[in-house]
Design a protein around this ligand. Structure first.
Ligand code: 5GP
Ligand code: MG
Ligand code: MG
Length: 180
């Protein structure tokens, strides 16, 4: 545990959630999902770019038969949500009659997940659930039932472990919090 301050573009960030804690929480999520989906052969859909580390670390610990694919949406600029949900890009798997688990980096206002769930449900899946690494409960603007949450955090802008600030920071193995 080495406290560290880093600079990305014009902002400074302090270490906030260390890799060990992230992995410990992901291990618990994986056990839960393994149990819940034992007979269901789920289709995991990672939302790029932010979820790539989460998807990798989570799915290494999933032991049941499953499929893994990635989709892209992207609607976030700087440190404020634009609230616009673009279309699902890159979804080549058949979703109909499948048990889908969406894998997200972070749920903030919930606009993105709300829109994504709407679009996925139009394709007739047997079920859709969301697993997110981070959730900011204070920011949620939709009635969303998010079944799997690794960690809830206050309303602070964070980077690292897949999450970026204008393109930078995704490669960091710990999560950092912006210094206001
Ligand atoms: P929402 O639609 O829930 O408001 O925002 C979801 C998206 O906004 C996330 O997938 C992520 O890309 C971005 N986002 C929300 N909060 C943060 C944050 O604290 N840090 C970073 N890097 N991205 C965030
Ligand atoms: Mg995301
Ligand atoms: Mg981003």
């Amino acid at each position: 545990m080495n406290p560290r301050t880093i600079q990305l573009h014009d902002c400074k960030f302090d270490t906030y959630i260390y890799e060990d804690e992230i992995i410990a929480r992901i291990v618990m999520l994986a056990e839960q999902i393994d149990r819940d989906y034992a007979e269901k052969q789920p289709l995991f859909l990672g939302v790029l770019n932010g979820s790539f580390m989460f998807v990798s670390d989570l799915l290494k610990r999933i032991t049941i038969p499953c499929e893994i694919s990635f989709i892209r949406l992207s609607s976030y600029q700087d440190t404020k949500s634009t609230g616009k949900v673009k279309e699902i890009l890159g979804l080549s798997e058949e979703v109909q009659n499948r048990h889908v688990v969406v894998l997200e980096d972070i749920v903030d206002t919930g606009h993105t997940v709300q829109g994504l769930l709407q679009q996925l449900k139009e394709r007739g899946p047997s079920s859709v659930e969301v697993a997110t690494l981070l959730l900011k409960p204070e920011c949620l603007q939709h009635q969303l039932d998010i079944k799997y949450i690794a960690k809830s955090i206050p309303n602070d802008f964070v980077v690292g472990y897949g999450l970026d600030y204008n393109g930078l920071g995704r490669n960091l193995r710990d999560i950092y919090k912006i210094i206001p």
